[in-house]
Ligand binder design. Structure first.
Ligand SMILES: Nc1nc2c(ncn2[C@@H]2O[C@H](COP(=O)(O)OP(=O)(O)O)[C@@H](O)[C@H]2O)c(=O)[nH]1
Ligand SMILES: [Mg+2]
Length: 343
């Protein structure tokens, strides 16, 4: 799952990227998109490891993409935003740390930039269809249907509303799928606050409704991350600061992107995997290996809290908590799967 870090120049995107991935973006490539993986920690992994004593532990990762910052003059922004169309979710970083910053105004104009980029794509297609459907032609009915689907969307965007604000019809989803529109993507807003800001709630309250928002002193977090453990502890005690929960932020990004975690577990490996919420056992199997999906018979399934509470698979079976699930079983966060398949 790709997560686009977006925002204006100097808002702290690259600083956030380094804090979350441990990799410093190359400043020479600042005009392009740079990506790195960030493993998503999970508190259930450790107790599972106590049960299985695996040789190996592997965590599911998010691919974070640091992007070129938009310019406040809107110039060239549509092209830069084109680079993040692949992303499944956006993390919008806003400068709330410098004295002259106006984070709420930035949030609003940034949303406008996303709207304008989407509008230019949708209205461009609408204009083209209006033109081509004027005369009789072989696939005119199809084009008229596409036009009927797209015109209301163009109106929504023109009125300044993101596409997440409406329920799209199947036709509309089909007509827009290839556009990978930006205002359709789930978003997390990060207010990048100053190190000494102790009242971020005042600002968080002003964030327009509709998106989840958190306040993080990103610059300070990166500084803390770079320190050695003892140095960090001393610094935090001296300054009276509590570090922000990096693991929790990664979990929040995962949740906002509409993903969940499931597990495979054995003596060889305990591993977490990512799946869209609402995903099926068959999709989960395909994630692990295409063979498992092709020869899928059933998924032996137990829930992580049950296993941790009871302490062994034997106890799970004795308690009747090992389920045999079919292909179309809808996974729940924390399911542990053992896919039975034929070759
Ligand atoms: N004081 C302070 N400075 C920050 C913070 N985050 C980023 N900066 C500074 O702002 C500048 C731009 O940050 P950068 O991450 O490169 O922004 P980008 O253009 O969005 O990638 C750099 O000089 C950072 O050191 C912060 O939380 N506090
Ligand atoms: Mg940058």
């Amino acid at each position: 799952m790709k997560i686009g870090l977006v925002g204006y120049q100097g808002s702290g995107k690259s600083t956030l990227f380094e804090w979350l991935t441990g990799i410093r973006p190359d400043p020479a490539l600042a005009h392009a998109a740079q990506s790195a993986m960030a493993a998503v920690p999970d508190a259930r992994v450790e107790p599972l490891c106590r049960i299985y004593q695996p040789k190996k532990v592997t965590l599911a990762s998010l691919e974070l993409v640091d992007t070129a910052g938009l310019s406040r003059t809107h110039e060239g922004n549509a092209v830069k935003l084109g680079l993040i169309r692949e992303a499944g979710a956006l993390v919008v970083v806003v400068n709330a740390f410098s004295a002259q910053a106006n984070p709420i105004a930035d949030l609003n104009t940034f949303e406008e930039d996303l709207l304008l980029a989407d509008l230019s794509i949708v209205s461009g297609r609408v204009d083209k269809l209006k033109d081509s459907t004027r005369k009789p032609r072989p696939n005119r009915d199809q084009e008229l249907a596409e036009l009927a689907a797209l015109e209301p969307l163009s109106a929504v965007l023109e009125s300044g509303q993101p596409l997440t604000s409406i329920q799209m019809s199947d036709d509309q989803m089909k007509a827009t799928r290839s556009f990978r529109l930006l205002t359709e993507k789930p978003k997390l807003i990060i207010l990048n606050i100053a190190d000494d800001n102790t009242t971020p709630d005042d600002l968080l309250k002003k964030v327009p409704a509709g998106s989840r928002a958190v306040a993080v002193p990103v610059g300070l977090e990166l500084e803390l991350e770079r320190m050695k453990a003892d140095e960090r502890a001393a610094f935090k005690a001296e300054m009276g600061i509590a570090a922000f929960d990096r693991d929790g932020l990664l979990r929040t990004i995962l949740e906002v992107s509409d993903q969940m975690l499931y597990f495979t577990a054995g003596e060889k490996e305990v591993r977490t995997w990512m799946l869209r919420k609402g995903g099926t056992a068959l999709e989960a199997a395909a994630n692990v290996h295409s063979d498992l999906a092709r020869g899928f018979i059933r998924a032996e399934t137990m829930s992580c809290p049950d296993l941790i509470r009871l302490g062994s698979e034997r106890e799970i079976k004795a308690a009747g908590l090992m389920r045999q699930e079919p292909k179309d079983y809808i996974l729940r966060d924390g399911d542990i799967l053992n896919i039975k398949f034929s070759v």
